[in-house]
Design a protein around this ligand. Sequence first.
Ligand SMILES: *Cc1c(COP(=O)(O)O)cnc(C)c1O
Length: 965
Amino acid sequence: MTSSAPLPTLAALENATEFQPRHIGIDAADEAHMLSVIGEASRRALIDSIVPRSIARSQAMDLPAPVTEAAALAELKALASRNQLLRSFIGQGYYGTHIPGVILRNILENPAWYTAYTPYQAEISQGRMEALVNFQTMVCDLTAMPIANASMLDEATAAAEAMTLAKRSVKSKSNTFVISGDTHPQTIEVIQTRAAPIGITVVVVNSAQEWEAALAGDFFAALMQYPASSGWVMDWKTDVEAIHAKQAAAIFATDLLALTLLTPPGEWGADIVVGSTQRFGMPMGAGGPHAAFMACRDEFKRSLPGRLVGVSVDVHGKPAYRLALQTREQHIRREKATSNICTAQVLPAVIASMYAVYHGPEGLARIARRVARYTAILGRGLAQLGFTALHHDATFDTLCLHTQGATDSIAARAVAMGANLRKAWGDYLCISLDETTTRADIELVWKIFAKDGQALPTVEAMDAAGEPSLIPHGLARTSGYLSHPVFNTHHSETGMLRYIRQLSDKDLALDRSMIPLGSCTMKLNATSEMIPITWPEFANVHPFAPADQLQGYAELDKQLRAWLCQATGYAGVSLQPNAGSQGEYAGLLAIKAYHAAQGHAHRNICLIPSSAHGTNPASAQMVGIQVVVTQCDANGNVDMADLQAKCEQHSQNLACVMITYPSTHGVFETQVKELCQLVHSHGGRVYVDGANMNALVGVAAPGEFGGDVSHLNLHKTFCIPHGGGGPGVGPVCVVADLVPYLPAHGTAGQSGTVGAVSAAPLGNAAVLPISWMYIRMMGAAGLQAATEAAILSANYISARLKDHYPTLYASANGHVAHECILDLRTLKETSGVMAEDVAKRLIDYGFHAPTLSFPVPNTLMVEPTESETLFELDRFINAMIAIREEIRQVETGAWPQDNNPLKNAPHTAESLLAADWNRPYAREAAAYPVAALRSNKYWSPVGRVDNVYGDRNLYCSCIPVSDYA
Ligand SMILES: *Cc1c(COP(=O)(O)O)cnc(C)c1O
């Protein structure tokens, strides 16, 4: 600084918005250059020429003024400290657990893992897919089932998906679903929500007599919790036989830690087994995120929802992982899809699998045995104090005690002494122990239950007084599990650290290069946004702790909802849905419930343009709404004439239309307001898929221009990292008259409500601080600047690539929204090159491919986001141009159509070092097509993966070691 420069004022120094320029990758000079390439005079002029005047926001968002990273963290810490950390004995599906430090730091807090995308591009995702195959193997082994997916959103939604899987798969034609009443209440609630709109009758059975009567009747499946919610473990073998005699399915909700010691349901002939892996290292986090699982019998595998990682081979014949069967299944089968699950819980699944790798079978059994032994000790001590447990002779980790009318006073005493017990039902209190339980905890519980002056038992005496667990001998597990070497090798911390590093080194995530995935918005996940999620005040909180202990979360929920209302223009928001797909489902439930309340239950048609994301029709199907597809015109816009005709044709029965805005074609359609008015005039509601909100925040609000419902994807627009395929958060946002129909716990069966859509009231609560931090640090102007920078960057890429790859759809003035579809379709004829070949060749250049063949086959959809620097945008553009030159070599015949760097991409180091190199291009041209790669090179660990082979030879467990030989 020269001495003549004016010194900034104190206020200017204090109010500097430090975070915005960290989040947005381009500065004023970059912007000026980019605008000159696009041919616009200013950013304002660019935005005005893109966003239709008719939808522009009436006023700026009303958000608190932005603060620095340090100030936001301090404010959030104060908010977090309003959550009270009591010792949790609540159980009910959520337990204390110790995440091994090596996993905490090197996975949960490591951007190499949390910033990765869903593994659709197999070659750059081998590390996380190996971890997911470990997850699947772990679930198969512990449940004794032949096949398991990776992963489900939570135990309750997994149970609901099991219900619909059974409905599709069994011979029974009944519409009745039976649930044992001793199942976690949140699971029953979510199942009731899911069953109602598709005409399934749920029978919750509360006594042995009712159970016998139910099994004697007609039903298509029965769900049993094992160990039960009250802790009871019983032998269900003959029940499974009775269920099978009715051509119905036996479904178990279970606990993997318990199964290290208990007979697994697969050995009884279970058809479907679901559960949560939370207690394998993921903090309770007020309910999420955690990975749930689903395992099923082999015959059901082609209709298993969620993602399945399979083993295939690459072009060199080496084993390689890739997503099997269900890859983008909703995109292909749409309203016939088995489920709408898109974003799942990959990061929590990776953590659970690593917990098993770290502890191994012996270590897991040791943890389980300690829990079981403490439970036995606790139970005997309580009996000495005069409290006998229900089913005290048969439990793993939970005691359910009759309190003789003292439930409330004992629970209150517990809170006063720093512990939460579960008020189960009637006069019963439940106490669950877990990995974190200590002797002091057991003594604390005795103190809580002891009457004044009563002598307390001792751990030693109670231990000596009986068996080492309360597991019935007949239910003791005899079969082995986790015998694969991966679970028996990495038990030293050094070994574990290197295994985790070895896997993440195989993958390409945002910590290495841009991930320009259209529709997925892979933007910065700032470290300051991530730090709070592992604070104990957010992480170690039980979702069903008394509300007055969850004030921090309540306030976070309230503030974030208010801010999202500002961003969207809606009147009400629920943060409960665990992903965008679940937000869609919740939003459609709201529309359906609204129509029913108006006496219009017959309104059951949903119009969906052909360009829609596959989750849209899949979600409509889940709520029993019939999908009618409407056409797009030659410019990719909704064909208004066709929409009008279909509105008229279905006027009486029109429930809603689902559009995406700006469209999945990357264009701001100018007639969106008219579209909304048209649908409203026919009595329908408008669902605006909010996945593209990164083009709207601060610029236009769906709730203002005619939308009635939207979901947001906080893992796209609001900075929650993709985690390699989850966790996500998919808030559902609605206009005022739909607010009563937002999801809520404790409302099941009440008319005029929709019930719960996730196991926990706040869904994936523990990642909400990320979006809170983002909004708090950006403020209204910063968020608007981010939107505008995202639009600017997309237009810059489109403009610079126009002579190489034309942009397929644009508005009349040639501009796009926040993403652009590069049209590669003509290359097939001139060179035989497909978009997929370009996607794979980009790996050699060190990039993750853009979105491939969605929404238009054989195109690439590029979304740079606001977070990329001009340097990185240019690096990507130059790679794409260089690849176009390579394609020209094929077009001119210099390289054959079937043997060139594109068709053979990605090139592994091993293939390039082969003694007999006989390609028509040099090794250097394959490996280092641009000079910068010589000093910074990502090497793909496998060659191109064979998808067809993998589906024909479906194999979804750890690869036998012999196959590596
Ligand atoms: C990502 C996306 C969805 C699905 O959201 P998930 O969070 O993955 O469940 C729906 N619609 C569009 C347009 C999307 O891009």
